[in-house]
Design a protein around this ligand. Structure first.
Ligand SMILES: [Zn+2]
Ligand SMILES: [Zn+2]
Length: 372
């Protein structure tokens, strides 16, 4: 063999087709450095492998929430995550033959059994002017574990507790439900943003209100502020030392106490005023309402200690109006005894009305506005 490199294939001794040598043109110099590159096309493609990829991968999945563990982090399962993880695993391990330029590839995923999936990959590239297609099967072995969040949840972990209470009454069902709704929607939003640490560990119904246990103090702050903002009332926090960790750091649990306003709209309250019971129609700094014995409007600051909540208008009875004798008095049936009684007619009771809402207190029977 003369030193005219590339003329004869070092593997089979055959002549290398001159067409190919010409097509390769400038690359001929580089070819000289590698035996591989002076092989004839048949020998070259005979042993050619477009890509190298391991035939097995491991995937850690939480057996409780199905989160996938990727690069030291658990990721909540969502549409397309598994595919992204597979693409990442393949791209990290994929070796493409130097003679191939850009390659295209794709895959399909098959579930073999609970512990195994199979990826069917197809790689396409161009080498020495030839289209090469290669398929590879990769097995994914699924390792079931429990992620740290599920571990915390199952252990009842909580960093703090939001306590919904109210002075002089108990929070209503509506208020308690709304507080839980607010908490859930904030957690859902955090989760959507990819925060796995924020969760509600427990909701405890109590005689005096409701407790919402949360996993982080940041979450406690956010939820308690939103609840106090929407439902009114005051918010105060306090810390309790729970334990010390191994490094001697003190671990505190935070209580977020929300005291809802003592009265709500529709409450009939007695504030020890000679004007008698008040039907509340606005709460806040200043309480507004109607004195139900006369129909006059009321406005003033109230002191929780002086306050007695008689009843909420939604639970008031109805009674018949027997007659309206004059402008100032009316006869109705006592809601308990059904005996006719005469009371003063408040201004909100229109002449000719046949029926009205009514409450009976220690001090007497009162009619109520009908549109409240
Ligand atoms: Zn050959
Ligand atoms: Zn989990």
């Amino acid at each position: 063999m003369m030193s005219e490199l590339g003329l004869f294939c070092p593997s089979c001794g055959g002549t290398i087709d001159r067409e190919r040598q010409r097509a390769a043109g400038r690359e001929i110099v580089e070819w000289e450095s590698s035996r591989q590159n002076v092989l004839c096309s048949e020998c070259y493609f005979d042993q050619f492998e477009l890509v190298k990829i391991p035939d097995k991968f491991l995937m850690q999945i939480c057996s409780v929430c199905n989160a996938i563990h990727i690069k030291n982090r658990w990721n909540d399962i969502r549409e397309g995550l598994e595919e992204e993880v597979i693409v990442g695993m393949i791209e990290r391990k994929l070796e493409v033959h130097v003679d191939a330029g850009e390659i295209k590839w794709g895959f399909s995923l098959k579930e073999i059994d609970k512990k195994t999936k199979q990826i069917d990959c197809k790689f396409e590239g161009e080498v020495r002017g030839r289209e090469i297609v290669e398929t590879k099967k990769i097995e994914i072995e699924i390792i079931r574990e429990i992620c740290e969040i599920c571990r915390k949840k199952s252990g009842g972990y909580y960093a703090g507790e939001i306590q919904i209470r109210s002075a002089a009454r108990v929070p209503t069902e509506k208020e308690k439900n709304r507080a839980v709704e607010i908490a859930n929607s904030i957690v859902a939003k955090r989760k959507e943003m990819g925060d796995r640490n924020d969760f509600i560990s427990k909701i405890i119904e109590k005689k005096e209100g409701i407790d919402i246990r949360i996993s982080t103090s940041k979450l406690g702050q956010k939820i308690s502020r939103s609840i106090a903002e929407e439902l009114g009332g005051s918010l105060s926090t306090s810390e309790t030392l729970v334990t010390e960790d191994r490094d001697g750091n003190r671990i505190y649990r935070i209580a977020y106490l929300i005291r809802l306003p003592a009265v709500i709209i529709g409450d009939i309250i007695d504030i020890g005023d000679e004007r008698g019971p008040i039907l509340v129609n606005s709460v806040g700094e200043v309480l507004k309402g109607i004195c139900i014995s006369t129909g006059e409007s009321y406005k003033g600051k109230i002191n929780d200690k002086r306050l007695n909540i008689i009843q909420h208008i939604s639970s008031a009875n109805r009674t018949s109006i027997v007659s309206m004798d004059d402008e100032y008095s009316m006869q109705i049936l006592d809601p308990e005894t059904y005996h006719p009684i005469t009371i003063t007619r408040p201004t909100f009771i229109e002449l000719g009305l046949k029926e009205t809402k009514v409450i009976k207190t220690r001090d007497g029977v009162y009619v109520l506005p009908n549109d409240e």
